[in-house]
Design a protein around this ligand. Structure first.
Ligand code: ZN
Length: 208
C-alpha cells in the first residue's frame, strides 16, 4: 500500500499524520536519489493488468531460510518504494505472505497465512493508493478494527489486534492475497476515473 495520499474523512490522529505526510510529499519533490531508488523498486512490483494480481495466493507450508530471506527482501523493496505494506502477490510470488510497517521506526511486521478472525462493524472511508496501481488513489471503506491471526516467519502463531491505519494496511494487503484490488472496493465513479488514469499510464509506458 502506498501512503502518499492517504487521508481520512474522520479525525483519527494517525490518519491526520498521514495527511500531513501527503502534503509534504506532494509539495516538495523527492530527493533525486530517493526518487531513483523508488523507481528501481517499483520496477519489481507487478502492475495493473498482470494476471497475478487477480489470483488467490496459496498457504505457506515451509517456514525456512528462504521464507525469511523473502521477508527481508520484501521489506527492503517496500521501504525503497516508500510503501507501508506489500503482499507477496505484488512481487509475483503466489503464497500467503504480507509485510507492513505503519510507524517509520517500528520493526517490519510479517504475517504468513493471515486470517481476519474478526472485524468491527464500525467502518471508515479513507483514500488509499497501491504500489501496483500507479497514479490511482480511491476512497475505500473498511472496518476500523480487526483481529488477525497469522504465523510469523518462523511458523509461530501470532495474534494482532489492529486499529486505524494498521488495520487498513493489513486489510489492503490481505485483499492482495485474495486477488482483490482497491478498484474492486471503491465506488463506480472512482473506479471509472482510476481506469482512465491506468490506461493513460499504460500508454505512457508503451510510448516510453
Ligand atoms: Zn496494494
Amino acid at each position: 500500500m502506498s501512503p502518499n495520499r492517504l487521508r481520512s474523512v474522520s479525525d483519527t490522529d494517525q490518519l491526520q499524520e498521514e495527511a500531513e505526510l501527503e502534503e509534504t510529499e506532494s509539495e516538495r519533490p523527492l530527493d533525486p536519489e530517493v526518487a531513483a531508488r523508488r523507481e528501481a523498486a517499483l520496477a519489481h512490483v507487478r502492475k495493473f493488468g498482470d494476471p497475478v494480481l487477480k489470483t488467490r495466493a496459496r498457504p505457506i507450508e515451509r517456514f525456512d531460510d528462504a521464507l525469511r530471506d523473502e521477508v527481508q527482501r520484501m521489506g527492503l523493496l517496500m521501504d525503497d518504494a516508500l510503501g507501508i505494506g506489500l503482499a507477496a502477490t505484488q512481487v509475483g510470488v503466489l503464497h500467503r505472505l504480507l509485510v507492513y510497517r505503519v510507524q517509520p521506526d517500528a520493526p517490519l511486521a510479517a504475517l504468513a497465512n493471515p486470517v481476519i478472525e474478526w472485524s468491527s462493524k464500525e467502518e471508515e472511508i479513507a483514500e488509499e493508493g497501491c504500489l501496483s496501481l500507479p497514479m490511482v488513489h480511491v476512497d475505500v471503506e473498511r472496518p476500523v478494527h480487526v483481529r488477525v491471526s497469522a504465523q510469523d516467519e518462523f511458523g509461530e502463531p501470532i495474534l494482532i489486534e489492529a486499529s486505524g491505519l494498521e488495520a487498513r494496511v493489513i486489510q489492503h494487503e490481505f485483499d492482495h492475497l485474495e486477488g482483490v484490488l482497491i478498484l474492486d472496493r471503491t465506488s463506480r465513479d472512482q473506479r471509472k476515473q482510476a481506469m482512465r488514469a491506468l490506461r493513460e499510464w499504460q500508454e505512457q509506458q508503451h510510448s516510453a
